[in-house]
Design a protein around this ligand. Sequence first.
Ligand SMILES: Nc1ncnc2c1ncn2[C@@H]1O[C@H](COP(=O)(O)OP(=O)(O)OP(=O)(O)O)[C@@H](O)[C@H]1O
Length: 729
Amino acid sequence: MTRAARKDDDMAGELIPFPGAATPATADEPGPVAPVPAAGPVQPAEPVLDGELISEAEYRRSKARRLAESAMSKLPAKWQSPETAKQAGAALAGRAALAPVRYPAAVGRGLVVSARAWWAWVRVADFYDAARSSDSLASRWQEIAVVRRRRGVITLVATCATGLGGLVVDLTAGSVPLAVAGGAVSVALAVAGRRKDGSPGRQAVLGGARSLAMLLDGDNLVQAFRDAGVIGKADRLYLVERLRRDDTGFSLVVDLPAGRRASDVIAKRETLASALAVDEVRLILERVRGDKGHAGRLAVWIGHADPYAADPVPSPLATAASWDLWKPVPFGTTARGAAVNLPVVWTSLLIGAIPRQGKTFVMRLPITAAALDPHVRLIIADGKGGKDFRPFEQVAHRFIRGSRESEARRLIAVLEECAADVADRFDRLSEMDDTLCPESKVTPEITRDPAHRMPLTVIGIDEIQNYLGLDMPLNEDEPKGKRVGQRIYELLTFIAKTGPAAGYSLVLATQRPDAKVIPDGLRGQLGTRFALRVMNWQASETIMGAGTYKAGVDASKLLSSHKGVGLLLGADGETELSAGDAVVVRTHLLHIAAIRAACERGRALREQAGTLTGDAAGQNDLAALDPTVAARLADEVTATAGPEPVDAELVELPAALAALADVLVDDEHGVVAVAELASRVGWSAKALGEALTRAGVPSPTPARQRVNGSKNAVSVADLDAIRVAIDGR
Ligand SMILES: Nc1ncnc2c1ncn2[C@@H]1O[C@H](COP(=O)(O)OP(=O)(O)OP(=O)(O)O)[C@@H](O)[C@H]1O
């Protein structure tokens, strides 16, 4: 006989939608097929059950197994997994072997403890100490002495009665009851004398390894939340969706007690992981937002194993015949296997990581998708200069390999060409009719029609720090003028800020993601951030944005063995990626051979569409910029990037001295109160005093003197010394 049964109640059910996780691919996923009626109006299908046909014996076996698992889950966590149970068993056996020595010692300690307690009772120690500390011992002494005498008599009577009773029992019933009573007393003494955890001399407990409960239940979870301090000791959790277990892990949705915030729990993920006894990579916490959630609702997933240690998933781009870059690019999967796609249009991407974590591999994913779209213009600058990007030479409109001076100067020329194009596109977009261009932004139709000359343009630069750090003068005639790196920074900032609406996207990668290497002005314009493992939380914040560490986003916590795994955050609100919660993504793997093949396909597509241009088509010469465009651009680009970063100290120094130079009168000499000088220039006395010290103006001795008949000594400055400093500059 056979029986149809649900495969596993706990496993069945729909996936919990977690807003915050990036775009799950659902459209292409195969699902159960409902029977189609032969003809007539469309009928609603019966609910489809996911199940399998099993025999009676199999059913009984699975039921027995579930009962056994449920019983096991009630045991302390250390008895639930074979490894920890083995350790706990060994520790128990060790303790049993030492019992003959330890038991008498515990009884001895118990005797001492009991004797001390008895002596304190007879002495009425608590009352005596209280009277002494309140200086009322003399007046209470009589009272205390009476109680002491009474307790002494009680002790004597009780001892005699016990001895007599023992003798009677021994004579009437033999020694067995006495032995039993003695045994019970010794157990009580041993309990009183046992060594407690934390008392001096107590050692770490062998076999006490904590581990995740085999079958998590509500009780384990509430305890873990309490132990982690994310809810109060008397608080409860409310299960919104019951705990489910599948092949990958446990999942559930909980409501925190009123007033507790889910984001606070997410920020304490590591502490909660410790309370649950799992590595934090196995614990995923996400807020449930929108209509189905609220600020105290949390989706929890605890993996059976490290979800990022599995074999990497090959990128679908390896086999894609072509790609439409207006569609988000397949990027990777979450820990739970949901697909994550990376939008490229309307945004720019910053990738940061320490070396050898997969930065170049990750960067090549959106660029390969761009190569597969014949209507995309690709500009590549490989600051490392290896072979990683060479396959793109076949399709790239501009391709620069290396970061020596000549290559950096060519990059500047290419970026100037792009900046001029961005400005020109906006001029032309503003002229287009509303049907074709409804929002002063490019549309798929505009970018795909060669007549409009506005293809989507992706500028990919690897090891961007190698270009931005170049310190040679831009103009050789002005050795102290603008630097090459500064010019590249200005142009990139301009393109990142104004380019997305005109169809330009930047994909920048660096292995030194600090504020000095990528100034805030540029970083702030890169709306999508992906951080693979970095050195510390500061580097993580540099990529992901200020405040992300406090919110629990820290790429330094990723393991170095997790190549290609990183945190993805949409920071500009332009894409479907959540700006609030970073999602951990295991990126797809795409090897160089597959990229080369994809680029060959991309080249063929471009040849067919007539869109193979620039370097790839052998047209290496850059068109000289029209002088009017160049002049207009010079102003716009510099204004967008803001003033050159300058050392604050250098600005303040001349400002203090320059202000003083205007107010000092020629025949003034000697010392003057700093406060008086400060009031002349409208500064605070403190700020001026500090500025003078930084300017190297020596203070008079003593530094505080009475001047102009002042009652107290005040801070003074030497006018002659200030004049010397001004003249020196
Ligand atoms: N998605 C992935 N899954 C698994 N392994 C990956 C993935 N991406 C990259 N790797 C592995 O990580 C290694 C380092 O990759 P990659 O060269 O991209 O690092 P990088 O950060 O660019 O290093 P460098 O800064 O030295 O250029 C590669 O050898 C590759 O095998």
